[in-house]
Design a protein around this ligand. Sequence first.
Ligand SMILES: Nc1nc2c(c(=O)[nH]1)N[C@H]1C(S)=C(S)[C@@H](COP(=O)(O)O)O[C@H]1N2
Ligand SMILES: [Mo]
Length: 413
Amino acid sequence: MNGARRISSAAHHAWTRRHFLRLGAVGAAALNLPPTGAAEPLPPELARTVESLEPFFTPPDKFRDVSRGKPLPHSLPEDKKRIVGLTRETWKLEVISDPENPASLRNPLTHKTGTALDFPRLLQLGEKHSVRFAKMMTCLNIGCPLGMGLWEGVPLREVIALTQPRENLRRVFYYGYHNDDPAQMFRSSLPIDRVLEDPFDLPPVILCYKLNGAWLDSERGGPVRMVVPEAYGFKSVKWLTHLVLTNLFHANDTYANDNNNVESWLKTFAATLSIPKSVKPGESIPVTGYAQVGLSGLTRVQVSIQSDAAVNPPDEWTDAQILAPPRNWGHLPEGKIPPGTMGFDDVTGAPRTWPMRLAKVHWAVLLPGRPAGHYTFRCRTIDEKGAAQPLPRPFKNSGHSAIELTEFTVKES
Ligand SMILES: Nc1nc2c(c(=O)[nH]1)N[C@H]1C(S)=C(S)[C@@H](COP(=O)(O)O)O[C@H]1N2
Ligand SMILES: [Mo]
C-alpha cells in the first residue's frame, strides 16, 4: 500500500469504540464519580507521550503575553504602579455616564466624590457574589491560546448596580491603563443585556482579581481585569481603570481597527502538541494535541495523514481519543478544583460536562506505521452540530479555525 492509504479500518473501529467507552466515563463524571484520567489503558507508546502533556491549567510563566503599551503597564516600577493605581492598595475604578450619550445614573462612582470603587469594596462584593469558572484566554487575531485559567471575580452587573442606573443605558465601555496616553488607549465594550443576564448557560462577565487560585498578577492585568467568558482576549481588558455607561448602541472597541470582528465568540478548533519529526518505516506514530472547545461544543477530534505523493486534500479522517478530565488539574492549589466553581461538582471536583465549553481538552492518537516518505498530518474538530473545522465560521477575522498542517518524515534513522 502507498503512504496515503487509509488508516486501517480495524484501527478506526478500535478508536471509535474507545470514543464511545469514553463517553461512558463522562456519564460517570456526571454521576459525581471522581474523574478517571484516561478511560482505559492507552497503548504504552502513547501513554508515555500523554504522561508528558502540558498541565491543564497554565502556570504563570507559561502564559503568553501579547499586551500593548510603551512601557508595558506591568513593567512599570512598583512606586509608579502605586501612584497610577496598579496595586491592590491603590486601585480605584470610576464608573461614570458617557457625556456624549448619557445614561442616567443616580450614583456614579467617581474620584472627585470619593465614591470610586476600591479593592476592599470589590472584595466585599465578592464575599456575596464572587464566581469562578474555567476559560481559555485566546487572542482573536493571532489565533493562539495564551493560557488556560480558572478566573475568579465579581459579576460586572453588581458594580454597575452600585451606580443605580435608571434609563438610557445600552452599552458599557471599559478602559485599561495605558500610561495616560490617548494614543495607547485600549478599550472594549459590551451590550448591557449581556452584562445583566447570562444567556445560554454562560458564566457572568466578571471584574476578575484571581487567576488559578492566586491574586491576578500584573502581567495578566492585575489588580483587576475584565473577563468575558465567551469572548476572545481583546474583550478582557487588563489594568481596568474606568467604565463608561453609554446610550450609544454600537461597539467602538480598539480591536475593531485591525479588521477584526468584535462580536464573535470562541470557536472550536484542534491543534497538535507533540508529533515525532521523524519515525522509522512501519513504526507506529504517537500524536497528542489539544482542542479549544468553543460555544458550538466538541464531539470529536479527527486526524488524517497524507503522503506528499498524494495530490488531493485528505478525505479520510479517523477519530483521535479525547482524553477524560485529568486527575491532577495542574497549576491550582493542590491540583484541585475548589468547591463552588461553576461547571464542576462541589464534592468531587469533577466537571459536570466533558468536553467543557470555553475550556480545553487534550487528545491522543497512535497512528499505524508508514512506509518511508514525507507526510502531512492534519487534525480537526467536529462540533456538537456536526460542523467540521474550519466550519461553521471559517473567516479568520472572527477568530482562528484554519486546519493546522504538520509535516513529518518516515525514514531509516
Ligand atoms: N489594557 C489592555 N488589555 C488587554 C490588552 C491590551 O493590550 N491592553 N490586550 C488584549 C488582548 S488583544 C488579549 S488577546 C488579551 C491577552 O490576555 P493575557 O495577556 O492575559 O494573555 O488581553 C487583552 N486585554
Ligand atoms: Mo488579542
